[in-house]
Design a protein around this ligand. Structure first.
Ligand SMILES: Cc1ncc(COP(=O)(O)O)c(C=O)c1O
Length: 445
């Protein structure tokens, strides 16, 4: 049977392609029903940080499901939720002392934005309702998270439903005015202050941003002073800073929190994707007591309700994943192998279609351009990133495409985020397959 719309009953993520049927995963490799092997160089979608087929995490999920599968978060707490909250808050930056569990990253972002708004209302400052975000930037696909996302294409049919979120140009050295010198307002952080002053700080509740860019800016790493500057601006104007670590957190950049090397502490943080290594969906909103206390002394609860929040089985998976990471020192391994990955990726820079290669830890972005001197992107009609990703899958390599980052429409890049257990040989294989796929594309493509 073909795995293609409309032959199957599945409403697929793409209605115009055939899907291979994945049947098994082991380490960095996926296998389809024909036995074809795929090197999963992006953990599906920055998710499978432990690799596929981890028996310990699978067993922990089975054990918890057999003992206590579901209780509602309004009636009970559970051992895994208590233990996971303790671990996540203990390794979070600064005073982020409490964790609220949800399923997807979008849900955690929605909850974070609602908490920010509720905090200001209950603090007696109801005028603070606006959210500011970076562009390009991505925070999810539910309506509030989508509104906060500086990715116009995803908003195409839904603009009438979205609240207005003023945009701040993201630090993006490859494409910003200073071309990497670190001196333009987007790179220094001054652009945030300009936007805040234009909106009126008394109307702004929160600023949300990814500490290290996800696919939106293709693993762009802001300069060292950037987040301290953001902290200082937000403090001065009484605006909550929400660090969205859904993609870049949980060890992905070689430190548990992507913010660690910056030493800056956000007011709220979201996590997701890699927390369970993909064995179940789990996300978290982390908040400090100073913010939660306002609700505790006021209305008594965050006005946000989802049936599956604080789910014991999902939390047990998170706990098992973190214990596995710790037992095998995998975040440190992510840093070491990350250095190796970026060293090996240097080979791509020689190629005329590769404009930039960047990232930190086991997170990398490869930006393609039509002209390296002018940094001109391919026109969107060329669908370069999509064709590259399909050709890579055909060649047994899974990467993640992104488009539109150059100007909202044009721009093509692919991302890598291999499992932390990746070997040097698998990194070599990744680079060699990338070069092999690239050899089929030319500047006039
Ligand atoms: C930074 C960031 N925030 C939020 C999300 C939304 O997460 P989810 O797709 O799990 O809803 C994503 C997803 O890619 C993300 O990269």
């Amino acid at each position: 049977m073909s795995h293609r719309y409309p032959d199957s009953s599945v409403l697929y993520r793409n209605l115009r392609r055939d899907f291979p049927l994945a049947v098994r995963g082991e380490g960095c490799w996926l296998y389809d029903e024909t036995g074809k092997a795929y090197l999963d160089a992006v953990g599906g979608a920055f998710v499978a940080s432990l690799g596929h087929g981890n028996r310990e995490v699978a067993a922990a999920i089975g054990e918890q499901a057999g003992r206590l599968a579901y209780v509602n978060g309004t009636q009970f707490t559970s051992e895994p939720a208590e233990a996971l909250a303790a671990i996540l808050t203990q390794r979070a930056p600064g005073d982020l002392s409490h964790a609220y569990f949800l399923g997807s990253g979008s849900e955690a972002v929605e909850a974070a934005l609602k908490l920010a708004r509720q905090y200001w209302v209950e603090s007696g400052v109801p005028s603070k309702h606006k959210v500011l975000s970076l562009t390009p930037g991505y925070h999810g696909n539910t309506m509030l998270a989508l509104a906060a996302s500086g990715r116009p294409r995803y908003q195409t049919y839904f603009k009438d439903w979205l609240v207005s979120v003023p945009r701040v140009p993201a630090p993006y050295p490859y494409r910003c005015a200073c071309r990497g010198a670190g001196t333009c307002p987007s790179c220094t952080g001054d652009a945030l202050e300009d936007a805040l002053l234009a909106e009126g700080p008394e109307t702004v509740a929160a600023f949300i941003a990814e500490p290290v860019g996800g696919s939106s800016t293709g693993a762009t790493v802001p300069k060292h002073s950037y987040w301290a500057r953001v902290r200082e601006i937000c403090d001065r104007h009484d605006v909550l800073w929400i660090a969205d670590e859904v993609l870049c957190g949980a060890g992905r950049t070689g430190t548990w929190s992507a913010l660690e090397p910056y030493g800056a502490v956000p007011d709220l943080m979201t996590m997701g994707k890699g927390i369970t290594g993909g064995y179940v969906p789990l996300s978290a909103l982390l908040a400090p007591k100073r913010i939660v206390d306002v609700l505790a002394k006021g209305s008594g609860a965050l006005l946000h309700a989802q049936t599956f929040s604080h789910h014991p089985v999902l939390c047990a998976a998170g706990l098992a994943a973190i214990r596995y990471l710790d037992a095998h020192d995998l975040v440190a391994r992510c840093a070491t192998m990350g250095t190796e990955l970026h060293r090996k990726l240097e080979a791509l820079r020689e190629h005329p279609l590769v404009g930039d290669v960047r990232g930190r830890g086991l997170l990398a972005g490869i930006e393609f351009v039509r002209d390296r001197d002018t940094r001109a992107p391919f026109p969107r009609s060329a669908k370069f990133a999509e064709r590259f990703t399909e050709a890579a899958q055909e060649a047994g390599l899974i990467v993640w495409p992104n488009t539109g980052h150059a100007d909202g429409t044009d721009g093509d890049l692919v991302m890598l985020a291999p499992p932390f257990i990746v070997t040097e040989t698998e990194l070599d294989e990744t680079v060699s397959r990338l070069l092999g796929v690239l050899s089929h594309f030319a500047t006039n493509d």
